[in-house]
Design a protein around this ligand. Structure first.
Ligand SMILES: Nc1ncnc2c1ncn2[C@@H]1O[C@H](COP(=O)(O)OP(=O)(O)OP(=O)(O)O)[C@@H](O)[C@H]1O
Ligand SMILES: [Mg+2]
Length: 446
């Protein structure tokens, strides 16, 4: 059985075909990811019809699903299995972490249809640093939960008439049809952990009564939330504690937390039992075979062909970094608009492509840094290792220790670097180091 056939079979098993059909429409069919023989025939027919015109199949973007989701089957299966295991009594939660553009959002979004297919409900939210504040954090979590509970309860009837329960009654406390909404106020001196635990447990009964198997919380950009001892805000520790207790009481909430590589460290610092509560999955560059499929499969039926040497070169240059695979594919097709594209075509447009990548991707990120921070970034790029010790950079830049660490923290807040381990930093964005080397050379020339 070919790898593609295996992928098709596995994918169909993980998510029922009907859901995928609804969700992906013709896109997956014509790329050959989904389907039985009939679909395969339909795909061939589509390809024939499409051969009269060409389209660009690549999808560089933010959380934009590519036509072929490469190298993620294992994670999809694992997530699917985790829901079954929870029904059998073993709670399983996920931490999906990795550098920018490695496909975290795409993956987490694919968990949604798998869960819903199995009779679970999902709540999705993208977090940001505003939610480090306990009250704001609680408001987001509770509001989402209560809205979902409203969706599954009798109150959905009221909602249909356009009366959004929370919008009309907030911030008053409510308790109706088993749904419990109570805003959290720090000044009332109730611990956030206890407050959240109560809300989670009480609302679980609404889901249970409605026959919902469980609720998956799909929280993206969750690395932006962290506890602040100085401020006295503990959103992470409280949330993890509350969910762990609710799970022990039999409430089926599954956490899927996704974010940059500092996410696991933030969580471990918040609660020591994080390791036992979560399955950690790191996303990075795709292995060669999957990177190749990520380019070749979308091309099927698009009317475009890439010479094998071109595919090899794209894989080599991008290192299998998902966003850049989409970007390279998209850019060469968009620029050349011809049927067969070769390695020499890419060689001719290399400078243009790098300029485009620098302008559209790297420059903006670099400009987010102040002059001193830029100096630190350039010095970091000169270090050979990917794991960089601050002492080395202090020596190279001559910046005073305390100011240096302040800049370092700012760079981490801007998501340009992250603390890879205690005492060592790395770049958050793949190929950023190469950009900085280009940048430095350009600066030295001018
Ligand atoms: N498995 C994959 N196969 C091929 N391309 C992918 C895959 N996953 C993501 N991509 C592509 O990579 C790009 C970035 O994906 P996504 O936005 O999900 O990354 P991310 O890790 O969430 O990034 P960020 O940390 O910035 O939020 C998208 O354009 C998407 O099409
Ligand atoms: Mg994302």
């Amino acid at each position: 059985m070919s790898a593609l056939e295996q992928y098709k079979n596995n994918f169909a098993e993980v998510v029922k075909k009907t859901t995928l059909e609804e969700r992906y429409g013709g896109r997956l069919r014509c790329c050959g990811i989904l389907g039985d023989r009939k679909v395969g025939m339909e795909r061939d027919k589509n390809s024939l019809q499409r051969s009269t015109f060409m389209y660009n199949p690549f999808r560089p973007g933010n959380g934009i699903e590519p036509p072929y989701v490469a190298g993620r089957m294992e994670y999809l299966q694992e997530f699917s299995r985790a829901l079954d295991l929870f029904e059998e009594g073993l709670p399983r939660n996920f931490i999906i972490f990795g550098p920018r553009g490695t496909g975290k959002t795409v993956l987490v979004n694919l968990f949604g249809p798998i869960a819903r297919q199995k009779g679970w409900h999902t709540i999705s939210r993208e977090f940001n640093s505003r939610f480090c504040d306990e009250e704001r954090f609680a408001d987001a979590v509770i509001t989402d939960l209560v809205n979902e509970a409203c969706n599954v309860s009798f109150i959905s009837q009221i909602k249909k008439r356009g009366e959004l329960l929370l919008d009309t009654l907030k911030p008053e406390e409510i308790s109706a049809h088993g749904i419990r909404y109570k805003p959290f106020y720090k000044k009332k001196r109730v611990l956030l952990e206890d407050h959240l635990k109560r809300i989670l447990i009480e609302n679980w009964n609404v889901f249970k009564k409605a026959g919902v198997k469980g609720v998956v919380l799909l929280y993206d950009e969750f690395h932006t939330v962290h506890d602040g001892k100085n401020r006295g805000d503990y959103p992470l520790a409280s949330f993890l504690g509350a969910v762990a207790q609710a799970q022990r009481e039999g409430c089926r909430y599954v956490l899927v937390l996704s974010g940059l590589p500092n996410l696991p460290l933030n969580l471990k610092e918040a609660k020591t039992y994080t390791e036992r509560m979560f399955v950690f999955r790191e996303l990075g560059n795709l292995p060669e075979g999957e990177a190749r499929r990520a380019i070749q499969l979308p091309l099927k039926g698009s009317g475009h062909k890439f010479e094998k040497k071109l595919v090899d070169e794209i894989i080599k240059k991008t290192g299998g970094y998902p966003y850049f695979l989409q970007f390279y594919g998209y850019f060469v097709i968009e620029t050349l608009k011809k049927e067969l594209i070769s390695l020499s075509d890419l060689a001719r447009m290399r400078t243009r492509l790098l300029r485009e990548l620098d302008i559209s991707f790297f420059e903006d990120r670099f400009k987010k840094a102040t002059c001193a921070e830029q100096e630190i970034l350039l010095a970091m790029a000169a270090v050979e290792s990917n794991s960089i010790a601050p002492t080395e950079i202090i020596k190279a830049t001559g910046i005073g220790k305390s100011t240096f660490f302040m800049h370092l923290q700012n760079l981490a807040n801007k998501n340009l670097i992250y603390r890879a381990s205690r005492g060592a930093y790395s770049f958050s964005i793949p190929l950023f180091k190469e950009f900085l080397v280009r940048k430095k050379k350009g600066m030295e020339r001018s």
